[in-house]
Design a binder for this molecule. Structure first.
Ligand code: AMP
Length: 285
């Protein structure tokens, strides 16, 4: 008998009451924050959440403060009915879909800002982005007060930023990172992939292929790192990408790496535009 029910909540007070009821029943709770347009990458986070906690809350909110003017806030896909169906298919317990007024009432004037980690990679070309992310995730964590919150390694820098402010602010939650889910051709799944034209979609997997090849070459420590990066950058440009960054950094601190040492956890990071679509990816080295 299937007695599962997905509860849809838009109001913060109602959400708090629902969570309080779970707490009274001694249930553990996992939160999966998303901006919707859900794909298998998001749904893998729901599976991950269900492995860790009794009850799963998925938030769907396209957070305006993490978009800069001129970015794709208005164009961002919002297929809420499909999303809810997908969450039902995964036996999610709650979906939280707040409005902008609920999240950013008149006079809202607070932000959470993480320094250091946010100055490189995506933070360079999107200077206010991580403040927006940190602020909204803090709000969600305070609203749900989950035992676990799950984030994808697809947004690896974001995952580190979240771990950092959760630690710095002593927020009582365990942050879990989940692996990147890719299409069969290697392209990391992303809600933004639907912006790609058919032609761009054919080229897009080369981003991951180039990263993989680079990662293999880097294992040969006799090779010059900066030369390898420069030639991979050229290759991406030749393929039609407009590279924002292609860098190798320490996987924990995001400090730049000039030379690879054994036992060092390093990671390759790329962001590149294909037409108007900004794609990001990363791989462990
Ligand atoms: P978004 O809706 O893009 O804000 O993403 C919500 C969450 O899903 C974030 O924690 C992302 O890192 C994660 N995510 C997005 N795409 C993927 C993917 N392909 N594999 C794993 N996690 C993902």
């Amino acid at each position: 008998m299937d007695d599962h029910r997905l509860t849809i909540v838009s109001n913060i007070q109602v959400l708090r009451e629902e969570i309080a009821e779970l707490r009274a029943q001694k249930k553990t709770v996992a939160l999966v924050p998303t901006m919707g347009a859900l794909h298998e990458g998001h749904l893998s986070l729901i599976d991950f959440a269900k492995e860790h906690a009794d009850k799963t809350v998925c938030s769907i909110y396209v957070n305006p403060t993490q978009f800069a003017p001129g970015e794709d806030l208005d164009a961002y896909p919002r297929p809420l009915v499909d999303d809810i169906r997908a969450l039902e298919g995964k036996l999610t317990d709650f979906v939280f879909t707040p409005t902008d007024d609920e999240m950013y009432p008149d006079g809202f004037s607070t932000k959470i800002s993480v320094s250091g980690l946010t100055s490189a990679l995506c933070g360079k070309s999107r200077p206010d982005h991580f403040d927006g992310v940190a602020t909204i995730v803090t709000k969600l964590l305070l609203m749900v007060q989950p035992d676990f919150a799950i984030f994808g390694e697809k947004d690896y820098q974001q995952l580190l930023v979240i771990r950092r402010f959760v630690r710095d602010l002593n927020i009582p939650v365990e942050i879990l990172g989940a692996p990147i889910i890719r299409g069969e051709d290697g392209l990391a799944l992303s809600s933004r992939n639907q912006y790609l034209s058919a032609k761009e979609r054919e080229v897009a997997p080369q981003l991951h292929q180039t990263l993989n090849q680079l990662s293999e070459k880097i294992k040969d420590i006799s090779k010059d790192l900066s030369e390898l990066l420069a030639s991979a950058n050229d290759e991406l440009t030749r393929l039609g990408f407009k590279v924002d960054y292609l860098e190798i950094r320490d996987a924990k601190s995001l400090a730049p790496i000039a030379e690879i040492f054994e036992d060092q956890a390093a990671r390759l990071f790329v962001a590149a535009k294909l037409g108007n679509t900004r794609l990001i990816d990363n791989v462990a080295v």
